[in-house]
Design a binder for this molecule. Sequence first.
Ligand SMILES: Nc1ncnc2c1ncn2[C@@H]1O[C@H](COP(=O)(O)OP(=O)(O)O)[C@@H](O)[C@H]1O
Ligand SMILES: [Mg+2]
Length: 463
Amino acid sequence: MKRFFQSIRFQLTLVLVLFVILNTVFITSIVLNNVQKGIFDIETKRITVVANQLSERFDKMYFAESIARNYANLTPEQQNVLIKTFLKPVFEDYYNNFIKNFPELEFGYFIPVLNSSIVYNNNSEQYRFDKKVTVVEPVNIGNGGGYIFVDEPYSVILKPLNQIREDINRIIVYSAIIAILLVLIITSIFTMKIIKIRKGLKLLENNLDFRFQKSGGEIGDIASSINIMAEHLKKNVEEMQKTESLKSLGMFTVGVVHEVRNPLTSIKGFAQILRKKLQGKEEEKYIKPILSETERLTGVVNDLLRFGRPSQLERIDFNLSLFFDHIIEMGKQYAAKTQIAFVKNCDDIIINGDEKKLEELFLNLVINSIQAMDGKGELSIIARKDSDSVITEIKDTGLGMDEEEIKNLFVPFYTTKAEGTGLGLAIAYKVAAQHGGKIEVESKKGEGTTFRIILPLGAHNAA
Ligand SMILES: Nc1ncnc2c1ncn2[C@@H]1O[C@H](COP(=O)(O)OP(=O)(O)O)[C@@H](O)[C@H]1O
Ligand SMILES: [Mg+2]
């Protein structure tokens, strides 16, 4: 029930209904008032004309009689007799015919020379106590004076008003119904959109891959905002899962590696002793692979330890440009027998971080790039400051990767190389995360790869 009162539909309808009621009251009363005034004016004028016609008629009749019968030379008594005989019936005749033309009006007169009391032709008992508009027209005093009056009951005058009132009310009610229908339609569309959003959000609870279709209006804006939020959320969750699984995998790895490391040292030690003993003998050739393989295994074990061991950062401030000079130097050594060109573009940026670990990070990326380029190409390191972080791009013109490869990139032990451990990028990722940074990849099969490493400048530079 509370929901219903809070619904847009209810509130809009309520506003509309209030609007309609106020309109009805105000418009009707203002319009009717004005119309009423107008009607009264017109009616009063009309009645006045009617009354005037009667009184003028009487004056004319009297005048004609007085000339024809030479009233001037007669005594009042003689005049009275003549008036009663000739003028009175003629006037009464005229009067009775005249008032038949106006059935809606009431007539009356009091004319002393006609020697009668007040004549009053009221329409019916119905209007007896009604308010009336009355016009009184005097009879010329020279003709004996008196008056003629015409009246009309208010209720007769205002009859047309009822029709107008009905018309206005009908217009208002119709427009209100249309408006309410429109509100219902609009709110229904609106509600449908909201329901879609609600359903979508429910879907999103279980599936972060769900996205809303593009649509217009404010609801469309909300939907696309939700899409963007879902995208961010998905990224964050994936990132977290990655970090989490890296952490547990790291702990597992360290356990295993410790078991391997000591026997490996013994094997290496004994193999070296054996090599000395077997020097010059035929069996010496069996020792060589043991030594080279244990060498390789030691490398793997060290990588595993670097990847798995939880460790604190040892932060210092250092110049990133000089740091990359050093990285490129090592890269060049690694790529000594190739025709790979190195490019560096980096401002003098001071960064706060664990230089040794960051060296591991960037060296891993540089070595991967060199390995991807098969002897020739260009490797560039471009770094620029961006508010409180530094963005470094390591770009190669190597063999590139497809979607599937990019997806597995940071998964520990994922490698496409016969001699690879698949730990380089996992370590790089971990170092970046430890610094509060991240690594992004862009790559196209056959065209090359760009790794983008975003690192906060660190505590000293934050301000
Ligand atoms: N610059 C690059 N170009 C193409 N592929 C790359 C690049 N960097 C990494 N890769 C791919 O990612 C995989 C994982 O890399 P990494 O974790 O360093 O392990 P490894 O180098 O031991 O294989 C590589 O085997 C390779 O397939
Ligand atoms: Mg590698």
